[in-house]
Design a protein around this ligand. Structure first.
Ligand code: MUC
Ligand code: MG
Length: 373
């Protein structure tokens, strides 16, 4: 008989350099800080999860440092002694001791899934219902960069056929200047690539109504979270009036948020991030709600490393509701890795790995090298 009881939970912060600075609306990341969480069972099986936010606490209030405190001091004590296959019970227990803190909860929940799947010697997707696809379209994101740098990077990636669609980060400049930058890019590319933008909730309703029509006219196919997180009615107004897909990201951080988007018809697509939603279980609930309302799901990222990205990929390949592709490119933004398993990005898609659990194996020397002291 296997003993799946959680014996210990350990954490360490990894600081991993990026291949180039990634400029968001309010901050620029040159490295990604990742809380690596490991769960060890009584049988000695180890599962891993990552606690990751895109470039620090600006996005959702959590950071690698806050997650470490939440996991070590509050979440691990309610998980130790339970079994790794008791996911709903541990989620309930975690909700009892920490409100929100979803990025931190995701790291621990995913480590449980990895350990559970490894104990059974199956891939994580089998625990999520099994694969409905073995790869998914994968967009690449460009930080808020100047025009020429964007053209150069996109041309290179198109030539290599690594990505066919691109997400452009906005919100770092004044809206008119930002729209001019993106429109000029769209013109230079002349339809050679699909273009999407992410404004990260930086524009108010007035700016959105004034400036989004020009962005739409330039040929942008999807606009992600232009307006503030809580203002669902503004998102709904834009969704009704603009002839383009509106994607809700910051506005959906729980299944209940997804229900609100459905009730108010506030988006055509929901960005499903296993991080901001608190793990695989809650993400599945969001997909179920979206799917039942005819809203598409996009497998989105918080710039996870190889472990977090694989967790999202297993889910994206196990849920038919992910019908608006993915942006699961996180490992490609890291200058170095800390797993020994290659991840296959090819012909605009990212492919499911083979192997048990999340399908990636830890490189212990690299983990040591990136560990914050
Ligand atoms: C976000 O808001 O979507 C995902 C890709 C990227 O460049 O930023 C993240 C966060
Ligand atoms: Mg976003």
């Amino acid at each position: 008989m296997t003993d799946m009881t959680i014996r210990s939970v350990e954490t360490r912060i990894l600081d991993v350099p990026l291949i180039r600075p990634h400029k968001f609306a309010t901050t620029t990341a040159t490295e990604q800080s990742i809380l690596l969480v490991s769960v060890t069972t009584a049988d000695g099986v180890v599962g891993y999860g990552e606690g990751v936010t895109p470039g620090g606490p600006w996005w959702g209030g959590e950071s690698a440092e806050t997650m470490q405190v939440l996991v070590e001091k509050y979440l691990a004590p309610v998980a130790v002694g339970r079994r790794v296959d008791e996911v709903p019970a541990v989620l309930e227990a975690m909700e009892g001791v920490v409100a929100r803190g979803r990025f931190a909860k995701a790291a621990l929940e995913i480590a449980m899934f990895d350990a559970w799947a490894r104990t059974l010697e199956v891939p994580v997707r089998s625990l999520l219902g099994g694969a409905v696809r073995d790869s998914i379209e994968c967009t690449w994101a460009l930080g808020a960069m100047p025009l020429e740098a964007m053209v150069e990077e996109i041309d290179e990636l198109l030539a290599a056929d690594r990505h066919r669609t691109f997400k452009l980060k906005m919100g770092a400049l004044e809206p008119a200047e930002d729209v001019a930058r993106i429109s000029a890019l769209a013109e230079r590319l002349g339809g050679r690539a699909g273009l999407r933008v992410d404004i990260n909730a930086r524009w108010d309703r007035f700016a959105a109504n004034v400036h989004l029509p020009a962005l739409v006219a330039s040929g942008i196919e999807l606009i992600e979270q232009p307006t503030p997180t809580e203002q669902i009615e503004v998102l709904a107004e834009l969704n009704r009036t603009l002839p383009v897909q509106i994607m809700a990201d910051e506005s959906v951080q729980s299944p209940h948020d997804a229900l609100e988007v459905v009730r108010r018809d506030a988006a055509g697509v929901i960005a499903v991030k296993t991080t901001k939603l608190g793990g695989l279980t809650r993400s599945k609930e969001v997909v179920a709600i979206s799917r039942s309302a005819g809203i598409a799901c996009h497998a989105a990222t918080s710039l996870e490393g190889p472990i977090g990205t694989m967790a999202s990929l297993h889910l994206a390949c196990a849920e038919p509701g992910f019908n608006y592709g993915s942006e699961l490119f996180g490992p490609l933004l890291l200058a170095e890795t800390y797993v020994t398993t290659p991840i296959r990005y090819e012909a605009g898609r990212v492919h499911l790995p083979e192997g048990p659990g999340l399908g990636v194996e830890i490189d212990h020397d690299a983990v040591e090298k990136f560990t914050r002291r």
